[in-house]
Write a protein that binds this ligand. Structure first.
Ligand code: AMP
Ligand code: GLY
Length: 424
């Protein structure tokens, strides 16, 4: 099987690592890929958003399966485009069409969907310039903090959590005035949910599903969840507090109603689905859906999959996931992200990375690293995800940190407290 994977972060390196071991695979291309994927597969300089170029590459290289890593091409309808325009008609595509990806691409769509199908989430109001007054009233009625979300994709920056009412009203106006561009033409104001956040990942063919496990992501740059938001500073899987009872609630109240809801609404959905959840006193509530796997969660979730991935992806596309073989490792995985000093603010690139050859127990996934003159150098804010396994979470964390300490580059930074809040 000839596979084209779109994307170039740690998520895609982890997927490359997994797919590369698959007996079904004959050739793997990654577009654009990174220094990590280049060691395992062939990187191709294609922009995932240039659907026309992607289609021509698929035809020329007789690609059998297209796996879409990031959200943007999904939300912009890469599946619909390929179905209509790609001459390779037997192409398998992993990822929903535009209608399904709207669960991620439009917060309002996701909220209406959840309301329609009785899926637990925060109370909300969708606001445009036309009902600004109602938005202000809704903000007044909410106890602090207030949650404002740009409706569309805003590269992870479109959510504001603000204590002060007057400031929240000002921000509402600023977003509607274009602070986040078109993504903020509509704003969803939400009830604040307090609890512990986690996510659950699944693969679905639109009728059946396989749960790939739970994960917790550490989004803030500083220890103790302080400082600015980042793309993710580390992750663990599974989440110890997501016990059988909680997982059963997630399945019964969130996963099954979501898949049934998509069916009832006539929305085909084939691909990964990411349930962003808040555990509010033992009850799961949905914060967001994503139409793809998470990053850095993939770096801990995918290595726990103890069967080959390609047969599952084929089954998702063919609608035979119910019969597919699926098993997860009973152990834990922890990933610690090594970042460039200064990130998520301004940071340097091009510093040589040393010590990769001394890593023993971990998988090192490249997020922002590049090859230059025979050296691996930093090339992004998030540089490497160091992912280790353990029979316990404590052991997984110890192994990941032992390897993190062997890797050096100028101004390297990492959080020392990944997973610590979850240790008994
Ligand atoms: P989102 O882009 O929807 O994932 O929101 C970004 C982050 O804001 C989430 O990961 C949560 O940490 C936080 N957040 C979003 N919505 C809420 C809410 N209703 N209550 C509390 N925190 C929230
Ligand atoms: N780690 C969160 C995300 O991928 O959206």
């Amino acid at each position: 099987m000839r596979v084209l994977l779109l994307g170039g972060g740690g998520r895609e390196h982890a997927l490359t690592w997994k797919i590369n071991q698959d007996p079904l695979l004959s050739k793997l291309f990654v577009a654009p890929g990174n220094a990590g994927t280049a060691r395992l597969a062939e990187n191709v300089p294609l922009n995932p958003m240039n659907f026309e170029a992607v289609a021509r590459f698929i035809e020329r290289e007789s690609i059998d399966m297209l796996v879409v890593g990031p959200e943007e091409p999904l939300v912009e309808g890469i599946r619909d485009f390929m179905e209509a325009n790609c001459k390779r008609t037997e192409l398998l595509i992993v990822g929903p069409g535009r209608a399904g990806a709207a669960l991620e691409g439009s917060k309002r769509f996701a909220k209406d969907f959840m309301a329609r199908h009785g899926i637990p989430t925060a109370a909300h109001l969708a606001v445009t310039r036309d009902n600004f007054r109602a938005g202000v009233e809704f903000l007044r009625r909410q106890p602090p903090p207030r949650v404002l979300k740009a409706d569309g994709l805003a590269a992870g920056k479109g959510v504001l959590i603000i204590d002060d009412l007057e400031e929240a009203i000002r921000e509402l106006q600023l977003i509607l005035d274009g602070k986040f561009g078109k993504a903020g033409e509509r704003v969803v104001i939400e009830e604040f949910l307090s609890g512990i956040e986690l996510s659950v990942f699944a693969l679905t063919d639109g009728r059946d599903y396989k749960i790939l496990g739970s994960a917790k992501d550490y989004k803030r740059v500083g220890e103790g969840d302080s400082g600015l938001n980042t793309g993710g500073m580390g992750a663990v899987s599974p989440v110890p507090f997501a016990d059988d009872e909680f997982n059963r609630k997630v399945e019964q109240r969130v996963i099954i109603p979501t898949i049934r809801g998509l069916q009832a609404d006539g929305i085909p959905y084939k691909g990964f689905i990411f349930f962003g959840l808040m555990n509010v006193g033992g009850e799961p509530r949905v914060i967001e859906y994503n139409a793809r796997l998470g990053d850095p969660e993939t770096e801990v979730v995918i290595p726990r999959l103890s069967v080959d991935l390609l047969p599952l992806l084929v089954a998702a596309e063919r609608g035979t996931l119910g019969q597919a073989n699926h098993a997860l490792d009973a152990g834990y995985r922890a990933a610690v992200m090594l970042t460039a000093g200064g990130y998520p603010g301004p940071y340097d690139k091009g510093h040589p990375i040393e010590g990769l050859d001394r890593v023993r127990d971990s998988l090192v996934f490249h997020a922002g690293a590049a090859d230059r003159d025979g050296l691996v150098v930093t090339a992004g804010g998030r540089v490497l995800a160091v992912s280790a396994r353990g029979d316990t979470l404590r052991e997984a964390l110890q192994r990941a940190y032992a390897d993190v300490e062997k890797i050096q580059f100028k101004d390297a930074y990492y959080r020392r407290d990944i997973g610590r809040d979850l240790l008994a």
